[in-house]
Design a protein around this ligand. Sequence first.
Ligand code: GRG
Length: 307
Amino acid sequence: MSSRKAIRTTQSADGLSLYLKKQRNLVESALRRSVPAVSIRPVTIHQAIRYSLLAGGKRLRPILALAAAEACGAKDLIKALPAACAVELIHTYSLIHDDLPCMDDDDLRRGMPTCHKVFSDGVAVLAGDALLTRAFGLLATLQPPNRYPLRQIVTEAAEAAGSVQLIAGQVADLEAEGKKLSIADVRFIHERKTAAMIVLSLRLGAMTVNATARQLKALSDFGQALGLAFQIIDDILDVTESSENLGKSAGKDLTAAKATYPAVIGLEASRKEAERQTRKAHNSLAVFGNKSVRLAQIADHLLGRTF
Ligand code: GRG
């Protein structure tokens, strides 16, 4: 939790740090088991996959999947773990591809040289492809409750990662470079490039533990607002923080004339909008009562983050 004022929390920041650490450990060991070992031939591709996947990162999306399952009343999170890992695999694939010279052309990710810098452009493309494919393999292992047939889960994941959501956001982002955009255009990009995967994480976590339709709708609203707030804060941090602190190249949005909130409405108005979206996210959680305390705390934590 940062020094900035929290919008609403019911537990101490210390409680949240410990919770995040515990969930991160759970996710890390599941991720290690989720992809082939480096000893499997061809060694290079498995080295590249494990290099990027196990390089750290906040593990926000899998943690949200688990917290959504908890909010829906699940006691045992084991059923939600493969879905939580699947979203992190899709997310890592998108980062590897985004860093390629033909996209954002970046040298630094998660505090380490990017995948294509360590291996090669070709191996990085294939590592991303393999992660995306493996994510769907993991989803295929789910044994969801009757309310959510596997085909619905797989379809939702395919749509969120596909050309009307994640890829749509990336294409619109590429095409926006150097252009003068409205705030509605920037929001279009952020909702697809960032919020869609956050909504997916929450919904998959909830579906694996038999959430009700009302709970799922509330999580979608929460994820939409949280995703927008998260990306606005990301835009702000790109301007205000160092590369060392972020573990990725800072200041790039300005040099690449990227579509960001600060570029269109300025830093102060961007922060206000991130706060407004966080409040909106909190309001969506009413249906869960105090079972959603972790989701509420995570929303505040993300608003105050500095990396
Ligand atoms: C290549 C299909 C394709 C999509 C790329 C991920 C992405 C879309 C672009 C990267 C740049 C960017 C600003 C993406 C928005 C989502 C985002 C903020 C990603 C970084 O997520 P974090 O901060 O990263 O959760 P860690 O490393 O902590 O997992």
